[in-house]
Design a protein around this ligand. Structure first.
Ligand SMILES: Cc1cc2nc3c(=O)[nH]c(=O)nc-3n(C[C@H](O)[C@H](O)[C@H](O)COP(=O)(O)OP(=O)(O)OC[C@H]3O[C@@H](n4cnc5c(N)ncnc54)[C@H](O)[C@@H]3O)c2cc1C
Length: 394
């Protein structure tokens, strides 16, 4: 029997495997991963510095433990390079592997900004456990006396989380972003302002409406030159400017690709028996649009559906509105960003000492929300409001 093959052993790949095994213990299963296959929760990477955790302390299970738990073969340090959709084979490091069904869970890659300077290649980004380990080592090796100076490029979700975490770990953090407010692309201004004030109280220096143009060596440290003509000195520069879905492998199979690998309501790509999910996928939405959703909750929903379908129970992805929790303890915030290019505006109210923002479209339909300080009750109630509002509008 040809195995089901999953490429990628991040949260997406492993969760599909787990869901499949709930229904089917027999079908041979092979996971292929370019990394060491250690299972960890990626969101912990941006709140582990304040807890003084090393990379190895974030690992829940090794690849060998996962292989035994999932009754699977896991090929580690192995890269899939080419898919032949017609003959149902995938080339992994020169060897051809046959599959009955294939799942692409290959994630995304950190965007590299076109920054000049003789130290531009020293800019780090953290999208994997190995990146976290490298950052940790570099930080430990910094010779500067006193607080270590970290410049973060990008005040989006990940940049703000790292800023809060590194500041709490005792580092001197500067946050640089072209927008006028942090979380500019995701959150309403009322919440972005609250987050900015809270981060500043933690000691984070904001250099907004600014772009880093150069990074150069300056003695033992780095000099960052900004678009407003000023410079700052940092021991480490961390880029958190976003991710680009990994689509190279999908192109080799001529799968339909937009920003990500396009999948239908079942998580199936344009080729039968090839599925995709997680940070590499662009999901068809019930309203006929498609969307990247690089967060854990959508990935879990997609994994449940794909796992069941692979196990013989064809299941569509259940698109329950799922809030993103921004892990900034200085300003606990949850939101569901409105879909891109969705016409509407933010309405801001204060309810039970919380700032509640609803994104209202035509006829008062709620397409998104933000709430701070957030807790489970408030974010779940607002998520239910979105569900009810969208249903009523149908
Ligand atoms: C710092 C940080 C904090 C975050 N915090 C949150 C949060 O609080 N809440 C939230 O909802 N989301 C959060 N996210 C996003 C969330 O973690 C991701 O959406 C999710 O982990 C993506 O999982 P994935 O399996 O799709 O991708 P990945 O984890 O990137 O896994 C991809 C896998 O594919 C493998 N691979 C890639 N190409 C190949 C190839 N050609 N051959 C073989 N293997 C290959 C890689 O080795 C890896 O195993 C955060 C992300 C980051 C970076």
């Amino acid at each position: 029997m040809k195995p089901i093959v999953i490429i990628g052993a991040g949260l997406a790949g492993y969760t599909v495997a787990r869901e499949l095994r709930k229904l089917d213990q027999q079908t041979p299963l092979t996971l292929v991963t370019a990394d060491d296959g250690a299972f960890y929760a990626k969101p912990t990477l941006s709140n582990a510095f304040a807890l003084a955790k090393r990379a190895d302390q974030l690992i829940n299970q090794s690849a060998a433990q996962m292989a035994s738990q999932l009754k699977a073969t896991i090929l580690t340090s192995a890269r899939a390079r080419e898919i032949d959709a017609r003959h149902k084979t995938v080339v992994v490091d020169g060897k051809s592997l046959s599959f009955s069904k294939l799942v692409l869970a290959v994630g995304a890659q950190a965007i590299q900004l076109p920054i000049e300077g003789d130290a531009a290649d020293q800019i780090l980004s953290i999208n994997h456990l190995q990146d976290y380990a490298r950052f940790h080592e570099k930080l430990a090796a910094v010779k500067h006396n006193g607080a270590k100076r970290v410049a973060i490029l990008g005040a989006g979700l990940i940049g703000c989380e790292f800023a809060n975490d590194l500041a709490r770990a005792g580092h001197a953090v500067t946050l640089i972003d072209p927008n006028a407010l942090p979380l500019g692309a995701l959150a309403p201004a009322a919440l972005s302002q609250g987050l900015m004030a809270a981060l500043q109280k933690e000691g984070v220096v904001m250099r907004l409406k600014n772009i880093a143009e150069r990074v150069d060596v300056e003695g033992d440290a780095l000099q960052v030159s900004l678009s407003d003509g000023s410079t700052l000195i940092a021991d480490i520069v961390l880029s958190a400017v976003g991710l680009r879905p990994s689509v190279t492998l999908a192109h080799t199979a001529q799968l339909k690709v937009g920003r990500g690998i396009q999948v239908d309501a079942f998580g199936q790509t344009s080729e039968e028996d090839i599925y995709a999910l997680g940070d590499c996928a662009e999901y068809a939405q019930p309203n006929g649009t498609s969307r990247m959703l690089p967060y854990v909750a959508p990935l879990m929903g997609a994994a449940r559906a794909i796992g069941r379908t692979l196990g013989g129970q064809v299941t569509a992805i259940d698109w329950q509105p799922a809030p993103v929790i921004v892990k900034t303890p200085c300003f606990p915030l949850a939101l569901i960003p409105p879909p891109p290019a969705c016409p509407g505006q933010w309405q801001v109210t204060t309810e039970n000492d919380k700032t509640v923002c609803r994104y209202l479209g035509a006829n008062g339909v709620i397409h998104g929300f933000g709430v701070a300080p957030q807790d489970a009750a408030s974010r779940q109630a607002l998520a239910r409001e979105i569900g009810t509002s969208l249903l009523a509008a149908q």
